[in-house]
Ligand binder design. Sequence first.
Ligand code: HEM
Length: 604
Amino acid sequence: MPGSCRAGIVMVVKLPSTIRSVLVQTSRQTLDAGTGRSTDFSDARENQRRRGFVPRSPACEASFGSQIAFRIVLWRMTYPKFEALKPEPKSCSKNQELAGSLMHRAVLDTEGKYVMLWTPGEEDITFEIQVATKGYVGLGFSPNGGMAGSDIVLGWVTDGGEVMVQDSYATGYSQPLKDDQQDVELLGGYQNDTHTVLRFSRPWSTCDEQDFELSSDTVRVIWAIGSEDPAGDLMRRHDHRGTKSLTLKGPQFTLPKFSEDVKHWDVLSPNVTIPNNLTTLYWCKLFKIPPITRKTHVIGYVPIVQEGNHQHVHHILFYECHLEDSARHYEKWLDVQGAQCYGANMPISWKKCTSPLVAWAIGGEGEVLPDNAGFPIGEEHGGATYFMMEIHYDNPDLKEGVVDASGIRIFHTENLREHDAGVMMVGHVVTPIQIVPPNEKWVSVGHCDSSCTNKELPGSGVQVFQGLLHAHLLGRKLLLRQIRDGKELPIQLKDENYDFNYQQTRIFKDEMTILPGDSLITECYYDASKRNTPSFGGFGTEEEMCLAFLSYYPRVNLSICASQPHIDEILDGIDVEEVKNKDRILSVLLERGYVYIICLLLHM
Ligand code: HEM
């Protein structure tokens, strides 16, 4: 390819996957030369930088309430130099103090046979499992949801009433082995005619290599139910087993007693039949805010999960929809029951519903905004008039006849809070020029550059009270870094075990301040080792994203602060040295997205 490119007719066609594959195969051969392949995430970012895929075009996008005006500023920047954060030394001290009453509850299976309750303490976490069996029970934490490599607490109650727990680990599909160091403390337990109930605690970090370190990251909890107690040192394989993603370190939620001015809006998605041939269903439905006579603030929400369906309703996202002339685009869909999200039947305009106001996932009880902030609703007041709710249903056992009407209850008031809150999207621009090559691990980086924050943020900055990290199916680890005056600040938002199927807002213990001049870097670590064709940025679940949604106050006009790689980097990356009609290509590029240019080059 070098030097042989001819920019002929610009072809506006979508790349067939075979051609895409050729593209990235070609690019990989070139890019890998002299750099070595990266399979380790820690090297991946550096490798990516060396390969020339450093995003160089940050974009600031300002939104002005209902009149959404886009002002996209593109300029070149280099990867900012800064003093990176040094890892904190790990504290391995153990606090034997017990936590209080149990705060959170989740049903882990679809039959309601396995219930887990837990309370996150400062140093320890206390669990109670209530399982419909008189045999053994297993509760584990796994790096990937599988049995192999997991850290398992095994427990049972003997016929004589003795309660047993054992800290174990699994090396494969065989009986788990007892840990050399026992880090689980039994707090109580019993067995009745139907159930085995166990309460125990363990430190978040045990400093034991045979244990899984628990944190605020998403964790794949695995569970197993045996029909018999172990006999001596031997036990039989489980009757039932499964996996569920959860975050264990959420704050305690108590719904305050609101004053009379606080009204609620129930956003429900009735009559959704969960198909018996899909293990996962994403169901989307459009809503319009209730009639309001004056400016109104949303100040919190609670989930409304239909009784009996807790094991199926896995997570709910509620997005603001912003399109100019929104009524024309959305009004007609309000009576439609809904559509499978991001599928062929979902109207295109729904894809513009991207700014999440609510992100609830199993285990979460709801949320109330800080006292001094509220999200305005209604376009005339700087918020959105139309919203899309996305519900993720789980049906691993392919049960038949499950019909659901779950949703959320949104609390709002005309008694306005001091500040309007907003959601700012930072990270990588959603564009097909974000390329994740097949058969390897990869990192995409999105910059919200200091020149953007300098221009758009007030002198005192903004206060971020919660964040949501977002990638699609390939996302494994996501984090947001903040740089001020050349120094990295402590990371407030990260997930080392990201699971697309379990996205939940992280409420910050201490609000994060973003000052003018700060830079934000969103890093997304992907695992495409099981994909044979490249993946591109886009809205479909098979396409990729790399974003962080930050809820903050006071609301400013900056709604998107993101970057994308410069076309020259991509061209360099696929070994194109010369391009004719570059101006023309650039104009098409801005209109259509870079993928078409790559397509054009490939047809030369
Ligand atoms: C004697 C003890 C055990 C044996 C022989 C055993 C064996 C196996 C085998 C053969 C499978 C694959 C087939 C299947 O899906 O059923 C499996 C899967 C699984 N096991 Fe076990 N198991 C044992 C104990 C446990 C315990 C205590 C847990 C506790 C959490 C557990 C969790 C799981 C999970 C979550 C899976 C499905 C995920 C995967 O395929 O890796 N197992 N086990």
